[in-house]
Design a binder for this molecule. Structure first.
Ligand SMILES: [Zn+2]
Ligand SMILES: [Zn+2]
Length: 102
C-alpha cells in the first residue's frame, strides 16, 4: 500500500484527509471564507444562479432574503430537534441497559 504524504496547511489535507491540525483548519477556514465572499459578490452582481429558499443559498451565498432565512430557520430547528432526540435516546438507553442483564 502506498500512501501519499499529507501536506498540512492545504485544503486537500483539510477536506480530503479530514485533518484537524491548526494549519489545515486555518487553510480550510480561509478557503471557505474566500469561496463565500466570491459567491456573495456574484450574488450581489446578479450573476449567481441561485434558488432562493435553499439552505445552501443562505449559507454559501449569504443571501438573507425572507425565503433563505426561513430555510435556515427550519434547518436549525430540525438540527436542534435531532440533537434533543439523540440526547433522549441516549438517556433512555443508559437507563435501560442494566449491567447485570442476560
Ligand atoms: Zn494537518
Ligand atoms: Zn435568498
Amino acid at each position: 500500500m502506498t500512501r501519499k504524504p499529507i501536506v498540512h496547511g492545504t485544503i486537500t489535507a483539510r477536506f480530503n484527509h479530514k485533518c484537524c491540525c491548526t494549519p489545515c483548519r486555518e487553510a480550510g477556514n480561509r478557503y471557505t471564507k474566500e469561496r463565500r465572499a466570491y459567491h456573495a459578490a456574484r450574488l450581489k452582481a446578479g450573476l449567481a444562479n441561485v434558488i432562493h429558499g435553499e439552505l445552501m443559498t443562505y449559507r454559501e451565498y449569504g443571501c438573507r432574503c425572507r425565503l433563505c432565512k426561513t430555510a435556515n430557520a427550519v434547518a436549525s430547528a430540525e438540527y436542534r430537534a435531532k440533537k434533543r432526540e439523540e440526547r433522549w435516546s441516549k438517556m433512555v438507553e443508559e437507563q435501560w441497559s442494566a449491567p447485570s442483564r442476560g
